[in-house]
Ligand binder design. Structure first.
Ligand code: SF4
Ligand code: FES
Length: 247
């Protein structure tokens, strides 16, 4: 298969970027999207040109580093799929594919398709943890957790911090990410002692980092590769209100 790729190239956060068009040939439908970029980079390197910078690590949908805006969609055309798990068979031979980095003030471009997502790390440092000493692994039935809570905590813990929710949101809001982190900890007994300070500190840091406000458009839920839902945002709001009222 062959493709025309319109790729965002940008030297660094200070300089302006622009789209550069490349042709790639001999692409197998079984390749992943990132493997197609590997082929492009090999071609560019052999020609003595600068390869396209893009972020990746696990290539298994786990680490959350690979996010790209592909044809106007965060992580491309499939739902529930990270960029690294997207395969070429979902594109038409000869198609033009536009590839951009996440666009958000809080995620400045480092180079080409790589953005700085350390704002997420700082939000996690503000409260995305449990600091009680839990000792060694307890007996499985020692702390009983209702199945509904365990299931919901597990579902929200699936967030990989990829930032697609921010990229998809017209306000560049990080509320889906923060709500997933607040949810999975506040639903479990180990997370309850710090639930008040956690939600207040994480929301405060989110605002300080320059993310936009949520206006309930729901694009985040549609583009989240891990199925985090708006119910998580509702839970965050309840947690926040309770924390504020308790003072
Ligand atoms: S909520 Fe979904 S889209 Fe947002 S960072 Fe987590 S996994 Fe990515
Ligand atoms: S490279 Fe790890 S989620 Fe895609």
């Amino acid at each position: 298969m062959k493709f025309t790729l319109k790729v965002w190239r940008q030297k660094n956060a200070q300089e302006q970027g622009s789209f550069v068009t490349y042709e790639v040939f001999g692409i197998s439908e079984d390749m992943s999207f990132l493997e197609m970029l590997d082929v492009l980079n090999e071609d560019l390197t052999l020609k003595g040109e600068e390869p396209v910078a893009f972020a990746h690590d696990c290539r298994e949908g786990i680490c959350g580093t690979c996010g790209l805006f592909i044809n106007g969609r965060a992580h491309g055309p499939l739902t529930g799929t990270t960029t690294c798990q997207l395969h070429i068979r979902h594109f038409k031979d000869g198609e033009t594919i536009t590839i951009e980095p996440w666009r958000a003030k809080a995620f400045p471009v480092i180079k080409d398709l790589v953005v700085d997502r350390s704002a997420f790390d700082r939000i996690l440092q503000a409260g995305g943890f449990v600091s009680v000493n839990v000792g060694s692994a307890p007996e499985a039935n020692g702390i009983l957790v209702p199945k509904k809570n365990a299931d919901e905590a597990f579902d929200t813990a699936a967030c990989i911090g990829c930032g697609a929710c921010v990229a998809a949101c017209k306000n560049a809001s990080a509320i889906l990410f923060v709500s997933a982190k607040v949810s999975h900890l506040s639903l479990l007994p180990q997370g309850k002692p710090e639930r008040r300070t956690r939600v207040l500190n994480m929301v405060k840091t989110m605002d300080e980092e320059g993310f936009g406000n949520c206006t309930n458009t729901g694009a985040c839920e549609v583009e989240c590769p891990k199925g985090i839902t708006l119910a998580s945002i509702a839970r965050l709001r309840r947690e926040y209100c309770k924390a504020k009222i308790k003072g």
